[in-house]
Structures are given as C-alpha cells and as structure tokens.
Design a protein around this ligand. Structure first.
Ligand SMILES: [Zn+2]
Length: 220
C-alpha cells in the first residue's frame, strides 16, 4: 500500500474516532414545546455525580440530602427508609451474601383516585442514587435520578394523576440491589405497587431501551 493510501486511511479512521467521540459527548437536544427544564436536569446530574458516592460514604449522604430536599421543595411527602438488608446474590454460583445499611428515598404524590374501583395501586418510578466507588455515576444512575426528579416537578405542577405516584430512589444498588430489596421486602407501601418502571444505565450514549421486563405485561 502506498504511503498516501495509508495516510488517507489513518486520517479517515481518526475522523471516525473523533466523530464517534463527539457523538458520545453531545448534550441531549431539547424538544421544543416541552415542559422539561434541561438546565435543571444538568444541575441535578452535576450535583449527584460530583464525586464517587458509594453506599455508606459521606458523599452519598450529601447526595441523599440533595434529593430529599428537592422532593420536599415540591411539597411531596418524603421519607428516608433506613434499614438493614441481607441479600444472597442470585446469579452467582457461590451465592454470595451481601449485607448493608441502606437509606432509600421515598417521595409520594397522592393521586385523585377518580374513577378507580378495584385497582388503586401505585405507579412507582425508581432508580438508585449510590454510585460505585471507582466513578461518580453520572450515567449510572444520576441521569436517571435527575429525570425522575424532573418528572416529579412537572407532575406536581399539573392536575393530580389518578393513581398515587411513588418516586423511589434506592441506595446500595451497586452492592447488589440492597435498597430495592429493602423497599420491596420491608416497606409497607411496596405491597401496593402496580406498575414499576426502573431506570438503570446500560451504556453512556444512544437511545433508551427496555432491557428487562416481567411476565404478564402485554397490556402495556
Ligand atoms: Zn445502576
């Protein structure tokens, strides 16, 4: 291969890599006529993912306080569920047991209940606020938490939804779903969960997709 061909291929390859990198770091493009406050979304991510904040760290408590204060500022009934969770990881052959003290954030928007007969179950929007210890967790899962906080702001400004909405931001997810175990096994509200939408990172760019689901949900 001649030198100029090699140079051209290298140049094209470099261009592709630069283009790829640029695409990865593009900010979300605002949708016109949307109620979404993109500056608020960015601010939430910047605060939550300012530094690594694994379960039990001081930084994680600061993140917890930021999210709790935000939900309270919207007028939502907000509590922190402090509990100890013991959980055997199901996907490991040696059945490792994880133990941790988690602090789940639970904010609730009461629904109007208008037209409801039998099914007064809650809509649960959930994600997790802890990060791994080796990264700040902007994608996993500050972006998801920010989106839920923004949804909470928008829906509290509108007419009450029919069903109660629970905003569940769990702790200790990176240690083996400890917060989710704590909520769904121990919290009295959990039994009233109807539809649960859990937001989680599966990469740092690209479209959103459903990657895991439960059975008997074709009606959705
Ligand atoms: Zn995650």
């Amino acid at each position: 291969m001649t030198h100029w061909k090699k140079a051209l291929i290298s140049f094209l390859f470099l261009g592709l890599m630069l283009g790829f990198g640029y695409q990865q770091t593009l900010a979300p493009e605002p949708i016109s006529n949307s109620d979404v406050d993109y500056a608020a979304l960015s601010q939430h991510v910047e605060v939550i993912a300012a530094k690594p904040h694994p379960l039990g760290s001081v930084a994680n408590r600061e993140v917890r306080d930021y999210i709790v204060a935000y939900f309270e500022s919207l007028g939502l009934e907000t509590e922190v569920q402090k509990t100890t969770v013991v959980y055997k990881l199901p996907h490991q052959s040696n059945k490792t047991t994880m133990i941790g003290n988690v602090e789940n954030i639970i904010a609730r928007l009461p629904g109007s209940g208008i037209g409801l007969k039998d099914d007064a179950s809650d809509l649960v929007l959930m994600s997790h606020y802890d990060s791994r210890s080796d990264g700040p967790g902007a994608g996993d899962a500050a972006a998801s938490v920010a989106a839920i906080m923004e949804v909470a702001r928008i829906v509290t400004n509108e007419q009450a939804p029919v069903h109660d909405v629970v905003f569940l931001i769990t702790d200790g997810e990176e240690m083996g779903l400890l917060g989710a175990q704590g909520y769904f096994r121990q919290h009295p509200l959990a039994a009233n969960s109807g539809l649960i939408l859990n937001f989680e990172a599966r990469g740092s760019y690209g479209v959103s997709s459903m990657f895991e689901t439960s059975s008997n949900n074709a009606w959705i």
